[in-house]
Design a protein around this ligand. Structure first.
Ligand code: HEC
Length: 245
């Protein structure tokens, strides 16, 4: 933050703390006595009168303590523009310290798991519990809390795998990610340009934007036979479809 804004923030923060302090002392000055009296401020609302008594002592000192705490806090922690605070605290180094503590605590367990083959880990209750929590935090947002998937995100509980369900294939999926792709011309690599035009019009017609209604009508619904000349890659990309036929 530039020096200007640093000073701006500091003046507002310190001004607020000292302003509160001033308010407390300024209002106390008008008190002529420390003792409680029957004197009223002279206001009367619906017959209810307001006493003009000093603030209770406990309240007064609590207020003073709050101001002192605020100044102490601002001295120790960053709160005044660019001033870093005596403790040099930042959210980043707090996070790094927490990560280092966690690494020390769990590092050994994970290192041990890392060397255990997956099928063996799958029978380890502790490992499964950790895996379940990791899944809930990192995977369920897409695959669902029961891993049954949803539109666009594969179901992981069935035996139908896009990329393979062996431990090694799943490890590969997790380590490197997978990118499903749409092969050019779908499952019909030998589609003519005319057919491409027709299918474009057909697709446009879904959203009521067809350019050439006659061309759109020429497109025949998907036929599994067209998939026959497809390459292995094409087939894999279209597996969810092919399965449903
Ligand atoms: C941002 C959404 C998202 C998150 C988060 C996510 N996935 Fe996925 N996952 C997908 C999508 C989309 C696919 C399909 C990818 C494709 O086919 O190209 C997929 C595919 C997979 C596959 C391959 C399924 C198959 O049929 O081969 C596995 C296994 C998998 N995810 C496990 C996980 C695990 C475990 C996590 C948590 C560490 C996770 N995913 C987190 C979206 C997500």
């Amino acid at each position: 933050m530039s020096t200007f804004w640093s000073i701006w923030v500091s003046v507002i923060v310190l001004g607020t703390v000292f302003g509160c302090w001033w308010l407390l002392l300024a209002t106390r000055k008008s008190q002529t006595t420390d003792a409680e009296t029957e004197r009223t401020t002279g206001h009367s609302f619906d017959g209810i009168e307001e006493y003009d008594n000093p603030l209770p002592k406990w309240w007064f000192y609590l207020y003073v303590a709050t101001c002192i705490f605020a100044l102490g806090y601002l001295a120790l922690y960053p709160g005044l523009g660019n001033y870093k605070g005596l403790l040099n605290w930042t959210s980043t180094n707090q996070w790094e310290a927490e990560v280092a503590a966690a690494d020390e605590k769990y590092g050994e367990i994970y290192a041990q798991y890392g060397q255990t083959p997956v099928p063996e880990l799958a029978t380890n209750d502790d490992a499964l519990k950790i895996g379940q929590r990791l899944f809930a935090n990192n995977c369920s947002v897409c695959h669902g809390s029961a891993a049954r998937g949803q539109v666009g995100f594969p179901n992981l509980t069935d035996d139908d795998w896009l990329w393979g369900g062996s431990p090694d294939a799943i490890l590969e999926t997790l380590h490197n990610g997978r990118k499903g792709n749409m092969p050019a011309k779908g499952v019909m690599p030998n589609m003519t340009n005319e057919q491409v035009d027709q299918v474009v019009n057909y697709v446009l017609s879904f959203s009521g934007r067809e350019k050439d209604a006659a061309a759109a009508k020429l497109v025949k619904p998907y036929s599994p036979r067209a998939a026959l000349p497809a390459t292995a890659q094409t087939l894999r990309a279209c597996k969810p479809w092919v399965h449903r036929i």
